[in-house]
Design a protein around this ligand. Sequence first.
Ligand SMILES: [Mn+2]
Length: 444
Amino acid sequence: MKSAQEISDFPSLFKQHIDEKLARFQAILESLDYDQIIIGSGSGNLQFQDDMAYPFKANPYFREWMPLDKRSNCFLQIQRNAPKPSLYLSCKEDIWHTAPQELPIEFSQHIEITEYRSIDTLKDTMLKHQDRLLLINETNDFDIPDNHWNPRQALSAIDFQRRSKTAYEQACIRQATKLAVPAHRAAECAFMAGATELEIASAYLSACKKSENDMPYAIIAGINEHAAVLHHHQLNSQPVEPRSFLIDAGVQCNNYASDITRTYAFDKGSDFSAMIQCLDNAQQQLVAEGGIGKSPMDLQFLAQQKIAEILIDFKLLKVSVEQALDNNIIKTFFPHGLGHHLGSNVHDKGSRLANPQGDLIAASKKYPNLRASAPMQANQVYTVEPGIYFIPSLLNKLRVNQPDSVDWDQIENWIPYGGIRIEDNIILHADGRLENITRQAFKN
Ligand SMILES: [Mn+2]
């Protein structure tokens, strides 16, 4: 019900988004003493020694403003005193390709749009204020001094503001989640019907009516042992006897991603199924521990504790929770961070910044893989994704270094199931409310 309403709200939310971003970026220009910032969408690159291009995807600095992820050679101009941003779109006759992606008409009225034919004419327009121009782009198309092209201080200031998502961005991620849920259900059904990894990925794409290039990241779909490969992208086309299945896949809406993981047992009466249930409960408890000012490192510690408890309950660990944490044993079973910010990057930037000047909050030595270290803040969107995996290479190291820490006969029984990950996307609202948009979408 709310979904349709939210889509119809997009034009007005987009206007608010543009106004908010304009105010934030004009403040950045003022603090760094520039007159204008130009953000390029990027240029399509050809593969080495080939006339085939890589699939194009506009960079996140451009996508944060414009829902035009497939249009190369666009430039967005934000000036210190202009009431609207200006968008320069490359247009030239092209009989080989489909007409370029356009902004929805209701969105375009909030932007000053100009078409240009050659970069040289555009250069003349832009370079009127060359010494005060800041360029964010893959290539220095306007030949400006190198210190004004992607300067670190500007990137940090932009990444810092990006952590607080506008209402429009939140609505896009919510919608991206709603679009992903039927696809996740189709994937589950395909797995239960005995489909291969490749067939499951096809079922996912056809259920959300998207192509592979529309995905925010390549679909991870691992059956059995493949569920232990954290980013299993080389999907198998051969049928196997199914035991377990892990799928990590999202959908994009106006460039904003959802990032969802579910794990399924083929036999609902198995120990593996029971462990999924335990991790699912732990995951929801971890979600509830989030809040404004909370430290992601404290949550990581709590996740390790809960995972240790589960491994002890299933008689896999032969040591106490304290010993398992003190001796870093849990990192064998849960080798990644509990979550990351989510936005125009799937792993959104800015999650380690202490301030807009670019100082970083050091990641804890114990959890160097954690993508987020800055305290949680209002309007942040992030993932919570604990996992328990049986990864042969990590288990082999544990067997050498701490042979008495686990029951190796038991472990052998779990390796064929690969692993479990459960991942939801959360909005932390300004009033402290935690909105689990993933659980909400699965419920409806
Ligand atoms: Mn994720």
